[in-house]
Design a protein around this ligand. Structure first.
Ligand code: NAD
Length: 469
């Protein structure tokens, strides 16, 4: 693949948006995507993309984010493959009517929940995991029996092109399509009526998406970001803790929605913890990460400027990194200590390879800092051997997910829902939750024509004696 294409050449025109929408709308009307056999076949096609096109996908990720091969395979391709394997073994069971308990009034009736496809779904992706963030929701949309249009992020252009090429090559064009574009084109797409919109990205744009969805009363799933607080208690194994935080923070150069955003470290271990972090980062990425092939790049200069501005205004002490190369979109893994909550590093989500360390006197102090934040985060991480303290954090905080003694790994646990709360998102997906996210739970009550002896009690005129019974 060469670097000489312009993604704007791929932006969809108003006419292309209309044509694709109308073609898929016909399939929604004919229920083409409904049969389970069809869903399985199309999920199989998605598996073939993962199997046959690994190299092409990894190359695009390298071009856009300098993602290393193993990171691309593990966190983009395997994530989708695992989900597809689960769908292959469980979809039939999930799709069966779910029989629910019933009171004596419905004893003679068939009472169950039937999962209905929504119809037409719009999936809008972000740039940081540009393959996974459109193809994983697509798998859920297919499993649910929907037609779907994908709108990959134009900020990761090579990946947007690859997604376009591969979906066009492998998937049924009557039910699935890719449209491209930036804000203007996406807003054009949002003028149409969708039965569900699945959006991954920033809170700012999520408001635009929600307002547009509101015009058609379209339900939305919003997978957003925020700051993920990470508490380090005094009793931890420092090397283990440092490895698990560094891994979650610096993978994909900190451009991971679930990455620990900042560390609240117990004062009694703040110095050795900081040293352990520095040691670990050097071990992971060498003394010169710029020349290390598996250390990625910031997606573009605008994002790099945003992060370096936060870093340059910090009142904390940079103890590792800080070096940058604007032309290469490089920012070294950076650790800043003695940071306070009014610091520039708290002017929003960092979403880059900068880890601020704040000192707290006690776990209660850390709890206060977390709970004083206005917005709910996507995740909270607590590193602590004392299970009682872990439970206190779990019970007294609110976040999309909660993990003790690790970071980011919850995304791979398909039996857990993946999603935020409040400003970090609404709705969830992954595994069975994806199937549920892309289907409506229809309440079904199947009665016969019999049972009039009981029914007659509710037909007028109802005597006072009957009502009081
Ligand atoms: P982005 O700029 O790629 O935007 C996301 C999508 O919105 C793109 O497809 C883009 O074309 C579209 N868009 C941009 N401006 C628009 C507008 N004015 N109108 C309509 N559509 C528009 O990505 P981003 O927003 O910078 O993504 C980064 C954020 O996403 C971070 O906050 C991160 O935490 C969050 N994120 C969350 C998850 C999650 O699963 N919760 C995953 C990845 C990223």
């Amino acid at each position: 693949m060469t670097d000489v294409f312009n993604i704007e050449d791929y932006y969809s025109t108003d006419q292309q948006i209309q044509e694709n929408y109308e073609r898929l709308r016909k399939s929604v009307k004919s229920q083409r995507a409904h049969p389970l056999s069809y869903r399985k076949e199309q999920l199989g096609q998605l598996s073939k993309i993962m199997e046959n096109e690994k190299e092409v996908i990894c190359e695009a990720l390298k071009m856009d984010l300098n993602k290393g091969y193993s990171e691309s395979v593990l966190f983009e391709i395997c994530a989708i493959e695992n989900e597809l394997r689960l769908f292959a073994s469980r979809l039939e069971e999930w799709n069966k009517p779910e029989y629910v308990s019933k009171s004596f009034l419905y004893a003679m009736d068939d009472v169950h929940i039937k999962r209905d496809p929504y119809g037409m779904v719009l999936i809008i992706g972000a740039w940081n995991y540009p393959i996974q963030l459109v193809l994983l929701p697509l798998a859920g949309a297919i499993a649910g029996g929907n037609c779907a249009i994908l709108k990959p992020s134009e900020i990761a252009p090579h990946c947007a092109k690859v997604v376009t090429d591969l979906v066009t090559k492998y998937m049924d064009p009557e039910c699935y399509a890719v449209l491209n574009g930036a804000a203007k084109e996406t807003q054009k797409m949002l003028e149409y009526r969708w039965e569900h919109i699945f959006y991954t990205g920033s809170n700012r744009i999520a408001k635009i998406i929600s307002k547009a969805a509101c015009d058609h009363l379209t339900p939305v799933t919003l997978e957003l970001g925020g700051k993920n607080p990470t508490y380090v208690h005094s009793d931890v194994d420092l090397d283990v803790t440092a490895k698990r935080i560094a891994w979650g923070k610096f993978m994909n150069v900190g451009q991971t929605c679930l990455a620990p955003d900042y560390v609240l470290c117990h004062s009694s271990v703040v110095e050795p913890f900081t040293e352990a972090m520095i040691r670990t980062v050097k071990k992971f990425y060498t003394d010169n990460p710029q020349t290390f092939s598996d250390y990625g790049r910031i997606i573009n200069k605008m994002q790099l400027n945003r992060i370096t501005k936060m870093l340059d205004n910090t009142k904390g002490e940079i103890v590792l990194g800080g070096e940058r190369d604007i032309d290469e979109r490089y920012l070294a893994p950076t650790i800043v200590k003695n940071v306070k909550t009014d610091d520039s590093l708290f002017d929003g989500e960092i979403f880059g390879p900068v880890l601020p360390i704040l000192q707290v006197d006690s776990y209660e102090h850390a709890l206060d800092v977390i709970n004083e934040a206005e917005e709910r985060s996507l995740s909270i991480y607590v590193f602590c051997k004392d299970k009682k303290i872990v439970e206190i954090f779990r019970d007294r905080t609110t976040s999309g997910s909660f993990v003790s003694n690790d970071s980011v790994v919850q995304a791979g646990c398909l039996s857990l829902p993946f999603g935020g709360v409040g400003h970090s998102g609404t709705g969830s997906y992954h595994g069975k939750y994806s199937f549920e996210n892309f289907t409506h739970q229809k309440a079904v009550l199947l009665k016969s024509q019999g049972g009039e002896a009981i029914n007659s009690m509710r037909y007028p005129p109802i005597t006072r004696k009957t009502a009081d019974r």
